[in-house]
Every structure is written in structure tokens, then in C-alpha cells.
Design a protein around this ligand. Structure first.
Ligand SMILES: [Zn+2]
Length: 312
């Protein structure tokens, strides 16, 4: 896809010059973001609005390869591994010199998660009467892995615009939610093949939901009214369970929750959901999507809606 690569390389100097301009005008905000350590203190002292990343050029191919939905509530759905499409001109990745495994090189897709993510978007819209933001990869993981840093994510430069669209969208939506609502919920949907009946929670053992913990305490993450507590009440088999156990090694959360989690100066309370096969089948899709939307609604009322009212 040399055409796309060309368009993006052209856009980069423009973006930098605009960012420089914005940085000069809003030096206080930017210096805070750049200098402040990634702790809850950084978020507590954050000055909003934070500059929104400049819009990037797109194309029919790119919009097909990364599906994005604009939202109007502080919820962002991400699904990086469910896609099936090739990327034009990009051969399968080989992973030469890369470590394999949960945070390294892996090309297996999380079957059913692209469709589930779309079903969750629709279910949330039915439940809330408003839409969540969403970023969903339609490209196959063998060509590109959006849940990794760039050096592991792709090997062919023609995959870079697809990767950039995923993360530019995530960054833009995260910033919008922080500006409009201050706090928000990120659900990063994945599939695991080790336990069919189980959903593993990945928050780096609480790190990526640091702001929630700071505002509501440990029980908001591990208690009955935590997100996974609410899901358990709907009949989901969740791990960790009991809730004070450590998260399962290998499922503690990847690049996306670490990049957009609320331990960052600009971030959302971020959960990686590693769904067993029983939660991703076609037969279960609507039920699971509705249950997740219901839990997200309770979560929104408990942890987001009140703050929404205050901040507006
Ligand atoms: Zn995955």
C-alpha cells in the first residue's frame, strides 16, 4: 500500500508543526503532561482541556481495516485481535528475533471478538440511549498486532498507517472523554484459549485502574460492585475469584490498557477482558453483549455518572 504510506509520511511534518504551535500556546498543560510522572497525582492535577490530536488523513482501505465509532458517553470499546482481513501488500509477520508469548510475538486471532465488540456497541446504545466510542481492528493479527508497541506490532511499513489509525483513534477518544467527563471506562476485548468458561481480568493488578482506586478505594476493583463483581452476579465465571487474588500470569493486561489506563496523565480506567470460547460464540454473542452492557451501565452509575453531572 505505498500510496497510503506516502500520504501518512506527508502528514507527519504537518502534525508536528501544529503540535509545536499548540504546545507553545498551552505550555502549562503540555509541560505537566510531559514532565509529570504517570501516577494518580498526575491525573488529579491534570488541567483540562487537553489538546486533541490533529485529525489524520484516511482512506476507504483504512476505514475498513480499523472500524471506529464516535461516542457520546465516557466508555471506549477496543478489540485489536478479532479481525480477518489482509492488509494490501503486507505479508504475514515472521517474528524473527522476537520473543514469543503474551507480551511478545503472537499471530493467533481472538475469534469472535470483532463481532462481539460490535454487538457490545449496539447493546450499550440500546441500554444507555447513547453510543460508546469504539476502535475495532478488522485486519488479521498475522499482519498487524495493535496490542503491542510498534517494534513488535508490524514488520512491513505498509502496515504502519493501519497501526497509526488504531492508536490515533484510541488517543483521540481517550482525550475527548477526559476533556468531557474527566473519567471514563475502557474495555479492551480479547479471547483466550485456556479456559472456555472463564473471563480473566487484566489491569496489571490494579495499575491501569489507578484513578478509580484513588477515588473509590480497593473495593471498586475487587468488591461485589466492581466491574468483575457485577459480571459475576450475571453468571460469568471471572478470574481472579476470589477477588483479592492476583491476576493470572499472561492475562494481566497488554499494551493497550497500559497505554490508555488511568495511571497515565491522560487515561481511562482500563480493563482487559480475556474471554473464553463460551463468551465469544455466535450463539452467546447477544446475551454476552447485553450482560456486559448492563454491567457497564451499573458501573457508569456507580463510578462515572455522578462525576459526569458534577463536571458539566
Ligand atoms: Zn488478544
Amino acid at each position: 500500500m505505498p500510496f497510503l504510506a506516502h500520504r501518512f509520511s506527508e502528514s507527519i511534518p504537518r502534525m508536528h508543526s501544529v503540535l509545536k504551535l499548540v504546545a507553545k500556546e498551552a505550555f502549562a498543560v503540555w509541560s505537566l503532561l510531559v514532565i509529570a510522572p504517570s501516577t494518580v497525582t498526575a491525573q488529579a492535577t491534570l488541567t483540562v482541556p487537553v489538546p486533541i490530536p490533529e485529525a489524520k488523513p484516511t482512506s476507504p482501505e483504512l476505514t475498513e481495516l480499523v472500524v471506529v465509532h464516535q461516542g457520546d458517553i465516557p466508555i471506549l470499546i477496543s478489540a485489536p485481535h478479532g479481525g480477518t482481513l489482509p492488509i494490501d501488500g503486507v505479508p504475514p509477520r515472521e517474528g524473527k528475533g522476537l520473543k514469543a508469548g503474551p507480551s511478545g510475538f503472537f499471530t493467533g486471532r481472538d475469534g469472535g471478538t470483532q463481532e462481539l465488540a460490535e454487538a457490545v456497541v449496539d447493546a450499550i446504545e440500546r441500554k444507555f440511549g447513547k453510543r460508546p466510542y469504539a476502535v475495532i481492528a478488522a485486519s488479521h493479527r498475522k499482519h498487524l498486532d495493535p496490542n503491542r508497541p510498534p517494534e513488535i506490532a508490524y514488520e512491513d511499513q505498509d502496515a504502519k498507517p493501519v497501526y497509526d489509525r488504531y492508536h490515533h483513534s484510541m488517543q483521540t477518544f481517550t482525550t475527548r472523554i477526559v476533556n468531557d467527563f474527566r473519567h471514563g471506562l475502557l474495555l479492551d476485548l480479547h479471547g483466550q484459549g485456556s479456559k472456555r468458561d472463564t473471563v480473566f481480568r487484566g489491569t496489571s493488578n490494579g495499575k491501569t485502574v489507578d484513578a478509580l482506586k484513588g477515588r473509590f478505594g480497593e473495593q471498586a476493583i475487587v468488591g461485589e460492585k466492581s466491574l468483575f463483581g457485577l459480571l459475576k452476579q450475571k453468571g460469568w465465571k471471572v478470574d481472579p475469584d476470589p477477588f483479592d487474588d492476583k491476576e493470572q500470569s499472561g492475562f494481566t493486561g497488554g499494551y493497550i490498557v497500559k497505554t490508555y489506563g488511568s495511571h497515565n496523565a491522560v487515561g481511562l480506567d482500563a480493563y482487559q477482558l480475556e474471554l473464553g470460547a463460551e463468551y465469544r460464540s455466535k450463539a452467546a454473542r447477544e446475551r454476552i453483549a447485553n450482560q456486559l452492557a448492563d454491567a457497564a451501565f451499573d458501573y457508569w452509575q456507580l463510578y462515572l455518572n455522578g462525576l459526569d453531572q458534577e463536571s458539566n
